[in-house]
Write a protein that binds this ligand. Structure first.
Ligand SMILES: *Cc1c(COP(=O)(O)O)cnc(C)c1O
Length: 394
């Protein structure tokens, strides 16, 4: 059981972050056990974690790497993305989604999103396809799977690979199918704010054995065997067959990931409960509009995002932070960042829906260790700030 002392209550002695990890004694014991063992990195815990993760997501193969960013980069590499290739990514995401294309020398093309859910708009994706397009990356923004049937149909029609950035959506489903099985390659993150954590870490799931092998080589310099495999076989020689990186994850991290994975479904349920509390509280606050929910999906609620139309978002964000509520904005659309404007010539009007959403979205604190009272108190604070503002502006 998780340590009740870690439940964050309504007594706001501390700043409430928008998300945070939950570490218990089982997690600590699991990590300490590895520290006392022979293998600190690429030992038995990596394989054990990969198998458990594949089972949890229903995927044939899971490959663990040093971060979600490494998982995305490795996915682009096994697809053979390189200079001259275009990959379509939604603009409403964390920069790493697009950066992974650039790491390989490819060009990201930014698709716009649905105004209600902020999930990638399949129509916008199709409009960006050119003879240079090689892949589509879907991002399960906030924890809600995209419309994968529509994206798959587009990918198949144009002969493109479909990649899922599921860094938010571990534990979510689309038409009853779990995140991890909805695309050709699916990337997950184990950063502390994500659904489960290993400190840092990431995974790629895939149905293809050859891709799983290529991902494992990519995380280890392009070398065909790891040290433990060579030791088991009694051989010392190795061969590097392609260019790879050191994107290995440690056994220490995988022990933590394994211990956390056991808690995933309870935590996702808890996130849904807390989101339901916020929804109920905001039904009486017309200035706060929770993002839309897809009827085809179950939501993992990595983030609880609302829209605050009008010019109130920045005021609300600042006022909440003054009151120790760590509200945040996810995300500044990637096509608006200086790097992409300078290097790829993106313009704000490229993705008008994402651009407009950026001025209105607000992420409120949501993490499994949050108490009901704390969620209610955050919702009350939001309503109070907005009503004080309305009365002073009259
Ligand atoms: C967190 C995140 C990443 C990167 O994951 P890291 O583990 O931090 O490298 C990529 N894409 C999205 C959408 C994310 O939220």
């Amino acid at each position: 059981m998780s340590d009740p002392k870690q439940v964050v209550t309504a007594a706001r002695a501390q700043f409430i972050p928008y998300g945070r990890q939950w570490i218990d004694e089982e997690d600590i014991t699991a990590v300490v056990d590895v520290l006392k063992s022979d293998w600190l990195t690429t030992g038995p815990k990596v394989a054990e974690f990969e198998q458990a993760f594949a089972q949890a997501t229903g995927a044939a193969h899971a490959v663990a790497l040093s971060s979600g960013t490494a998982a995305l980069h490795a996915s682009m590499a096994v697809l053979g993305i390189g200079p001259g290739d275009e990959v379509i990514v939604p603009s409403m995401t964390f920069a790493a989604t697009a950066n992974s294309v650039v790491f390989q020398g490819g060009t990201p093309r930014f698709a716009d999103v649905d105004p209600d859910t902020l999930l990638v708009d399949p129509g916008s994706v199709e409009a960006l396809i050119t003879p240079l397009t090689k892949a589509i990356v879907a991002v399960d923004y906030a924890g809600q799977p995209c419309d994968y049937d529509a994206l798959r149909a587009i990918a198949d029609r144009h002969g493109l690979a479909l990649v899922a950035d599921a860094c938010h959506s571990l534990g979510a489903t689309y038409k009853g199918r779990p995140a991890g099985t909805l695309a050709d390659l699916t990337a997950f993150s184990l950063h502390p704010v994500k659904p489960i954590t290993a400190g840092e870490g990431g995974l790629v799931t895939t149905e293809r054995e050859a891709w799983a092998a290529a991902l494992r080589r990519f995380r280890n310099h392009g070398i065909t065997t790891d040290l433990r495999e060579r030791q088991a076989k009694g051989v010392w020689e190795y061969d590097m067959v392609s260019l790879g990186y050191n994107y290995r994850i440690t056994d220490i991290q995988c022990a933590l990931g394994l211990s956390q994975l056991a808690k995933l479904s309870g935590w996702v349920s808890r996130r849904r409960e807390l989101a339901g509390r916020y929804d109920a509280a905001f039904r009486g606050v017309p200035a706060v509009v929770p993002l839309g929910r897809s009827p085809q999906a179950t939501h993992a609620f990595h983030l609880y995002v609302v829209r605050v139309p009008g010019a109130e978002r920045n005021h609300l964000l600042d006022a909440l932070r003054e009151r120790a509520v760590g509200a945040n904005v996810h995300y500044r659309p990637v096509h608006l960042h200086t790097y992409y404007r300078e290097r790829f010539g993106t313009a704000p009007s490229d993705c008008p829906v994402a651009q407009a959403a950026y001025n209105e979205i607000l992420t409120l604190p949501l993490f499994p260790a949050m108490s009901d009272d704390l969620a209610s108190s955050v919702a009350t604070t939001v309503a109070e700030v907005l009503s004080a503002r309305t009365s002073t502006s009259l």
